[in-house]
Design a protein around this ligand. Sequence first.
Ligand code: X8Z
Ligand code: ZN
Length: 598
Amino acid sequence: MLRRFLPLFLWAFGSLGMLVSSVLAAGPGPQAQADQFLELVNAGWQALVRVESQAQWEAATDVKPEHDAAAEAAGKARAAFTGNPMIIKEARALLSLKRQLRPVTVRQLERVLLNAAEGPMTNPELVAARIAAETRQASTLNGFVFRWQDQPITPNQIDNFLQTNRNLALRQQVWEVSKQSGAALQPGLVELRSLRNRVAQELGHADYFALQVAAFGMTTAEMVDLQKEFMRELRPLYLQLHTWVKHELARRYGEPVPKRIPAHWLNNRWSQNWTGLIEGANFDDRFQGRSPEWVVRAAEQFFTSLGFSPLPDTFWTRSDLYPVKPGEARRKNTHASCWHVDLDRDIRSLMSVEANWQWFETAHHELGHGYYFMAYSRPGVPPLLRTGANPAFHEGMGELVALACGQIPYLKTVGVLPADFQVDEPTFLLNDALANSVPFIFWSSGTMTHWEADIYAHQLDPAQWNARWWQYVRDFQGVEPPVPRGPGLCDAATKTHINDTPCYYYSYAIATVLKFQLHEHITRKLLHQSTRASNYAGQKAAGDFLRTLMAKGATEDWRKVLRDATGENLSTRAMVEYYRPLMTWLQEQNRGRQIGWD
Ligand code: X8Z
Ligand code: ZN
């Protein structure tokens, strides 16, 4: 195994030794020293990311012990370079002279330290233990087989069942099946909580949550406060939606109106998106007769019609886009993702696309990442800064495209809806708010962010994890489990990101807020269209705007990127404005009903 990495190691450490000794011997000024140092670190970073991503790709698309072992070895190889004490020392020394350095140099040096903090080789045993535990957890997650009535059932089958079946007793069974993986994942998560925190503390971060929010230039308290602010500003709309939905579902299931919504009444395993509630806005049957391949090609076409180039050929030959075929023994990760394997043109997506609405939106979201990768993979952006302005910008691009591809005039252009399709504005807006945006904020800013802050930053005892999880689901989302969930379960861990993308989920909340700001700017200022009935197809001005924003990568502060693009700071203003007609409609519908659950 190590033979595979040996040439890379020899090159990286040989160069590093020579470089550090030359920098330490009083030589050129700080900028020239930094340029020389960063030339080496950028090259090493790109080479090692490629090797590690390739190994992780194999482990995620074909779960096998030998692939886990290779991913673990590659993770250690990367950390041996990025977390090397010589690199940390040099980056710190140069940053102490930051006033003499160009801003883009400072940004790269700060990134070097953030990367180092993920695997600081000042404590090699700790880093090795973390990488091994991460690999084991990924393997348990990716290889988990859910079972219902003694038969395996895939996540797609669970989702499709909850989307279509109206029998509450069966829904409850399937909902409980969807929680099976939590108990299997809890021991690994307990171990990882401690290892991730200790790794982050090695370079002086308070805990792993603090390390992740440092990529936004924020503290944990600032990030949690921002999420609370989102919820404060959107609460009136959420309470109206919640009230309308519980009355609607009580009618559907012939049950009394509850205070909080039982989780198995909703179609999503975590109640994060409230889909399938509005008859006139269910587009699943519009995909009958179409293939999964058509769905992914349609997502590419969204971008080419805006003037972007087609995806590289290797996207189509190397991606893993469709469910494992029946009878095939291979197990793969079933959550959608997009990968920038070589920080250049090797872009791949891992999905399980079927021809339905959910995968149509998800495929657009994933290609949002893919086109962001391509936009900043250019000579002007050093590999260390080939990432989003912050992680939420990456997700925001995916979410913006998912929003744009769901607008009725666009769907008519691409043939998903017939030209004479009619839907009235409240119905469209109601479905959009429920399925894509408003309950999602109370899940992402509320339950996910607060629970992860509790376990990482506030050291919540594992005996309390499940109770705290459901307390947040009740308090933030107004949802409750159909049956009590005991402390031996770990329902949070059934969510992919809790395991493999920790302390990240607030990025999706920010992305949701951001998508409305970008969408409003594009539709009003550039396309002179209605924000609620727009059509991006063929609009090069929208493509140019997005390309300019994305091509920056992480070379500028995200606050400046946002202000330069839209003229305003991060704000729920555009989101509240988008749903304003819906708020009026809901207040009318809910007249005389008790609003909210308290
Ligand atoms: O995980 C995703 C993407 C991949 S970055 C499919 N999303 C979040 C989720 O599914 O929980 C998109 C929005 C929320
Ligand atoms: Zn994403």
